[in-house]
Design a protein around this ligand. Structure first.
Ligand SMILES: *[C@@H]1O[C@H](CO)[C@@H](O)[C@H](O)[C@H]1NC(C)=O
Ligand SMILES: *[C@@H]1O[C@H](CO)[C@@H](O)[C@H](O)[C@H]1NC(C)=O
Ligand SMILES: *[C@@H]1O[C@H](CO)[C@@H](O)[C@H](O)[C@H]1NC(C)=O
Length: 492
């Protein structure tokens, strides 16, 4: 009994400690340096922060995870919490530096980037940009490129056009492109569930058009016929409940959104069609006649791209500039029909391609709801499959998958809830394992409602550009063009 009370007293004391100490919300500030320059700390200052300690330098091509903690001590004024740190880019041909800041109000915390001495494609010299604050998670800052070509968070919606000068000559298999899993499932439009199914079928919170605006360029579309209409669907044999699913965005809506986007953004968009089924007649695969109808409807896409030798070309070997270099958008439709006798017919020369033979890609998901299993699985597969900078395409399937327990346990995360965990983790898990040979080609995620994933992809592309060829000491616009035009990097 005595021991019990002592233990209870101890637990009580430990629990009360944070209230008596200068505790506050903590989280990580994740600094991703995809420039070719080391960042050196030249100034640091803070007031009333419990933690604001930054590394002396963040080396080129690396990530630093910095623990930040605010002061919410009852006797202090939270809105006075603040911090600044300034990094200078060592060896940049023109002087370049930026400041990161911590700012608080009585009700909120905020990390900020102040582009003091740096102009980027999305934020001009002198701008101050809100990075948000993720309690117990990662708040991300990414910077890549060289003077005149710096890229950072909130990339512009025509990021691929803006990348042409630097990576336009690279084939797709040497580039990173962000994309989404089950892209049409941002709302339910018809479902086999009697209710409450949304948490098991919705993979996205934004429509395809919204994802495009956030930078996604690769889409996983699963066509179903429902009451004679082509919609996207998400059907599977789910743990505990068996064969279930729902329909999402319709193809007619997706076509409208893509056309609206490509009318003003000359970007490359890849649509991968698979998992087809007819919900009107026994959930079988679409027939040739069904596919022909869908191909006809998809012919309403503007800017369908017809490659040279369209029936045999491996699209991943074509450089980005081949698709969009002339200043108009390019949309390619990859088809992986359930019925293997289905053919593209005349559509094979009109922007439609065989997914398996014309865009060969390693794509194998972890089938886990655990982050560390996901990391081990995907990062091992990445290292095994991307052995050179010219290896064939690798899709990093950065999604968590609900397991049986998620269907039976109350308050289990929804797919979107899991997506938020996985997406948050991407920024600290991926940068440490990539190098100029080992990097994914498609960053494939659920809930593509953020632009930092796009900034990371652009950053990796920038980092893989052969800036060294220019000595990193005096890269000019012309040199950037010249080294990009070499088409491959000298240092491997
Ligand atoms: C297309 O989707 C199918 C089904 O998810 C997948 O197996 C395949 O790897 C994807 N192919 C491409 C080129 O994206
Ligand atoms: C990259 O791989 C593709 C496909 O195997 C091949 O056609 C191409 O020549 C390779 N490029 C280089 C520079 O080796
Ligand atoms: C993305 O969606 C998640 C889940 O709905 C939400 O918590 C988060 O705030 C959204 N992020 C952005 C940038 O809108």
């Amino acid at each position: 009994m005595r021991t019990f009370w002592n233990l209870a007293g101890l637990i009580l004391t430990v629990n009360l400690l944070p209230l008596l100490a200068r505790a506050g919300e903590g989280g990580s500030f994740v600094l991703i340096n995809m420039t070719p320059y080391n960042w050196n700390q030249v100034y640091i200052n803070s007031y009333q922060m419990n933690a604001w300690n930054f590394p002396q330098s963040v080396l080129a091509g690396t990530m630093a995870k910095v623990y930040v903690e605010w002061d919410q001590y009852i006797l202090d004024d939270q809105e006075d919490d603040g911090g600044e740190v300034v990094y200078q880019l060592e060896g940049s041909p023109t002087s370049a530096s930026f400041q990161l800041q911590a700012r608080a109000t009585t009700t909120s915390f905020n990390l900020q980037a102040y582009y003091t001495n740096i102009a980027t494609t999305s934020h001009p010299l002198g701008s101050v940009v809100d990075l948000g604050w993720v309690h117990n998670g990662n708040t991300v800052f990414v910077l890549s490129g060289v003077p005149g070509h710096f890229n950072t968070i909130n990339p512009p919606s025509n990021w691929m056009q803006l990348s042409l000068a630097t990576v336009g000559n690279k084939p797709l298999r040497q580039l990173v492109i962000p994309g989404s899993h089950d892209s049409g499932m941002s709302f339910v439009d018809g479902s086999t569930f009697f209710g409450g199914g949304a948490s098991h079928v919705l993979t996205q919170t934004l429509s395809v058009g919204g994802q495009l605006t956030n930078g996604a360029r690769y889409f996983d579309l699963r066509p179903v016929i429902s009451s004679g209409i082509f919609k996207t669907g998400h059907y599977s044999t789910l743990p505990a409940v068996g064969y279930q699913g729902a329909n999402g965005e319709s193809f007619s809506q997706i076509i409208l959104e893509i056309n609206a986007f490509t009318a003003v953004n000359s970007e490359l968009i890849i649509l991968n069609l698979s998992h087809d089924l007819n919900t009107d007649s026994g959930y079988g695969s679409l027939t040739q006649a069904d596919w022909d109808k869908l191909f006809l409807q998809l012919s309403g896409l503007s800017h369908l791209y017809v490659a040279p030798n369209p029936t045999t070309i491996d699209l991943s070997t074509l450089p980005l500039s081949q698709f969009i270099g002339l200043g108009s958008a390019a949309v390619i439709v990859l088809v992986d029909a359930g019925d293997k006798t289905v053919t593209l017919g005349s559509y094979a020369t009109r922007g439609f391609y065989s997914s398996t033979t014309q865009f060969p890609l390693f794509n194998s998901y972890a089938n886990t709801n655990g982050l560390s299993t996901l990391e081990n699985d995907q990062l091992t597969k990445l290292a095994q499959n991307r052995i050179s900078w010219n290896s064939s395409e690798f899709l990093l399937s950065w999604t968590l998958t609900q397991q049986a327990i998620d269907f039976t346990q109350k308050n289990a995360p929804s797919i979107i809830g899991y997506a938020n965990q996985a997406n948050n983790d991407l920024f600290t898990a991926l940068p440490p394992v990539i190098n100029r040979n080992v990097f994914p080609n498609i960053l494939y995620i659920d809930n593509f409602n953020r632009t930092d994933v796009t900034a990371l992809a652009i950053g990796i592309n920038d980092y893989n550009t052969n800036w060294e060829g220019a000595g990193c000491g005096g890269v000019t616009g012309t040199q950037v063009q010249r080294f990009a035009s070499l088409g491959r990097r000298v240092t491997q």
